[in-house]
Design a protein around this ligand. Structure first.
Ligand code: CUA
Length: 361
């Protein structure tokens, strides 16, 4: 009776917890399944040990209680008992340690990965960088805070959405590198069996190979400041072909953005250089403000005949104007300086020319 009761006391809440979904998820990777299997095996070993230990305890309390006139046994040293209580736990520990060590070893074996994603925690969002593919973006909370507060107040279930999920292909081994820009965060996605600290100044490693397409949710699991609770992780696992298409799109976007930045930078450089060349060479005749000194030195400001005609403008600066005071600068200025000064003049005073914001060749 006592044994059955101890068994019931331990097994019933355990099975109830499992049935209520309080258990860790099985997950969608081979590794998460191994971890879950290991967790369940160790869990049931502990339950059995609990039944044996508490059963013996309660049995002794009940069977040998004082009202029954029980006398304690008086013996010292019992080799058989001592051998049993040393060898049995040792065997149990070894039985748990062998599969646990194997799983732990594969958890940290990120070698031979198909791709690599760097995950950087920031207060309070994640930055994902597909390292060899030169694609990177930030992933932040997208669900409005008022909406979350409203649902919380009503006790409703709510999801924290992000603006850009981490998109990963299924059936490919992805090496995850984790670090942080500020404080310690932790990237945790239960269904992927990954919970890894992101520590500033330090790179941690983990990996996933997802078996099933789907949306997998997690969150920052290390108290990292005010908005720790609003630092969700969303992973979207897709078929490899869809992933490749998605990645190509992101790469095209990134290339476009980089070209825009290059153009802007080149423009600034050209304008600064052009202003300097104009100030030292051209301004002596055409005035620093481009007003010229007519009739010998024509004004450049508003001079559409010259600045609106790119060909003519370039020829004039390079070859000069025969029979006038305008010399050619082909030998005085190098091609970059000529390009710069032409760009400067067109942008400073030739605004009506439709293409005046383009750098001149
Ligand atoms: Cu980041 Cu908690």
């Amino acid at each position: 009776l006592v044994w059955t009761m101890s068994g019931a006391v331990l097994v019933m809440p355990a099975t109830a917890a499992l049935a209520n979904g309080w258990n860790m998820p099985v997950g969608v990777t081979d590794l998460s399944r191994d971890i879950h299997g290991l967790h369940m095996a160790i869990f049931w070993i502990c339950v059995v040990i609990g039944i044996v230990v508490f059963g013996a305890l309660f049995y002794s309390l009940f069977r040998y209680r004082r009202s029954r006139g029980a006398q304690p046994a008086r013996f010292h040293e019992h080799t058989t008992v001592e051998v049993i209580w040393t060898v049995v736990p040792l065997l149990i520990l070894v039985a748990m340690a062998v599969p646990a060590t194997a799983t732990l070893k594969s958890m940290y074996d990120a070698s031979a990965a198909d791709m690599e994603v760097m995950i950087t925690g920031q207060q309070w969002r994640w930055r994902y960088e597909y390292r060899d593919e030169e694609v990177a973006f930030l992933s932040s909370l997208a669900t409005p805070r008022e909406q979350i507060a409203g649902q919380q107040a009503k006790g409703e279930h709510y999801l924290l959405e992000v603006d850009r999920p981490l998109v990963l292909p299924v059936d490919r081994k992805v090496r995850l590198l984790l670090t942080s820009d500020d404080v310690i965060h932790s990237w945790w996605v239960p269904e992927l069996g990954v919970k890894q600290d992101a520590i500033p100044g330090f790179v941690n490693e983990n990996w996933v190979r997802i078996n099933e397409p789907g949306i997998y949710r997690g969150q920052c699991a290390e108290l990292c400041g005010r908005d720790h609770g609003f630092m969700p992780v969303v992973v979207e696992a897709v078929e490899p072909e869809r992933f490749d298409a998605w990645l190509a799109e992101r790469q095209a976007e990134a290339a476009e953005a980089a070209m825009g930045l290059d153009r802007e930078w080149a423009m600034e450089e050209l304008m600064a250089r052009g202003e300097q060349v104009y100030g030292t060479i051209c301004a002596s005749c055409h005035q620093p403000d481009g007003s010229g000194n007519p009739p010998v030195f024509p004004a450049l400001a508003g001079n559409q005949a010259l600045l609106g005609d790119r060909e003519r403008h370039i020829e004039t600066v390079i070859d000069g104007i025969a029979g006038s005071a305008m010399p050619g600068f082909a030998n005085t200025l190098d091609p970059a300086e000529i390009a710069a000064v032409i760009t400067y003049e067109r942008n400073a005073w030739g605004n009506e020319a439709g293409d005046s914001v383009q750098p001149s060749a």
